[in-house]
Ligand binder design. Sequence first.
Ligand code: GLY
Length: 354
Amino acid sequence: MRSIRVNASTDYDVLIGEGLIDKAGELTKKVVRPCKCLIVTDDTVDELYGDRVQISFSYAGFDVTRFAFPAGEASKNLSTLSDILDALGAAGMSRSDLIVALGGGVVGDIAGFAAAIYTRGIRFAQIPTTLLAAVDSSVGGKTAIDMPFGKNMVGAFHQPVRVITDTDVLRDLPALQLSNGAAEAIKCGVLNDPELFALLETGDWLDRIDEVVERCAAYKRDVVAGDEFDTGNRAFLNLGHTFGHAIEHLSHFALLHGQAVAVGTVMAASAAGCPGEMIERLAECMKKNGLPVRCDYPVPELARAALSDKKRAGGTITLVLPEAIGKCHLEKVPVKDLPAWFERALAAQEALKL
Ligand code: GLY
């Protein structure tokens, strides 16, 4: 089992290894004395792993109840949050009890937010069951729900007490879900880890998925330790997200988050004026992992959609621009210049015939 220690307002370990889902109760008991616990999950994950996780926590001495909501981003709303809070109340849970978030990013975000606000904050553990959640959203304490006026617009920073990633579960994911998570892992490689990128660009890393998750979690640990509340360098984690957010939005979320981030990362490198060979290498890496590399939306629409991103601050937006594989920088860009950045990206991609 691999272990990454995150130092934030709550210190915790990210545990990564095979077969951990059946040991989740015991592994959590090392940091939380047995208490009442609500497992929050979605109906898809519940069917696959709900019983095993419940048995594991019961066996470790926890008094377990379970709440499942319909799978999908559409559930990440106030109504589901209210149902989770009701389930916590009905189970008579207090501030000394525990929520277990079992699932992908939607489950982690909404269960984490419920944990942040129920009785002004109770502990929660994350058991990510998608690669995307394992390499990104389960670590770092960002929790949120979507609102009619935007994604992740209401939330809180609330760190988990433990993250338990079972790599057998990740290996069993459908190819599309692996691609979706691979995009965020490639992002970590481009930001900071050329060796991780080299592994991912082979497209043949499933038997080294423990290492992929560990390297991403280690990078996230460093970023979160330096800027837990996202006022500075945590912005690096948004590589590909300003362009990607626009594309995701314009596709009406038909594109998965990772697919949009893949296109957005290639666009960021293109807009940054990276050498052609580097952009081509990045695009090849995306394709090897079943990810798209370009979109055909018109620039004015892309720029308009990008501006609905909550990361915009007044008249500027911070872009994450690659320089080389493993090195990026932040650049504050006036909002009025965004169309020119999109133009530059699309022109470079056109010239390379991506
Ligand atoms: N997923 C980006 C962050 O944790 O800041």
